[in-house]
Design a binder for this molecule. Sequence first.
Ligand code: AR6
Length: 171
Amino acid sequence: MNRIELYQGDITEMHVDAIVNAANRSLLGGGGVDGAIHRVAGPKLLEECKKLNGCETGQAKITMGYRLPSRYVIHTVGPVWHGGEIGEKELLASAYLSSLKLAREHQLKTLAFPNISTGVYAFPKQLAAEIAIETVRNFLENDDWFEEITFCVYDDENYEIYTKLLNQTGH
Ligand code: AR6
């Protein structure tokens, strides 16, 4: 059964159990997808985030979704790209894996990921997509809990990269 989906658009409009936020370690908001999520969720999201004491790179924390159509937000922190020699690849895989584990612990069935680290944090998009798909696929192969994991791409470049990768290898 194919449980990986591709969607191009705004993650804040998605009706899933949880959307994943590409946050920073403060968890106090920012630009990009993080800014969009906080804008739509409203001020209560920031209030709850203030109580979390931040989040390490590669880890994840969960909050309610407030005014978002998704019930929860899983905030994860991807690595800043510094050339690839200081563990960026492992940290990106860890951001995806920590988010999946947290969603699983909270018994969530449907999850949507943005393209973590590929905006402000400048992670190469092709490599990031390969890591994201491999990490999610490995998880799904070993655990049949999730109903659907969606990769929410925003820009056309990521859409093309994900389309190719998902078609090449089968879902
Ligand atoms: N829906 C889905 N994807 C989006 C949206 C949206 N509404 N808006 C942007 N993207 P970025 P990062 C895509 O920069 O690289 C923030 O300031 C975007 O096209 O949001 O992990 C945080 O607070 C890109 O492919 O996150 C951190 O400080 C992807 O989301 C820092 O940026 C990620 O881009 C995190 O940087």
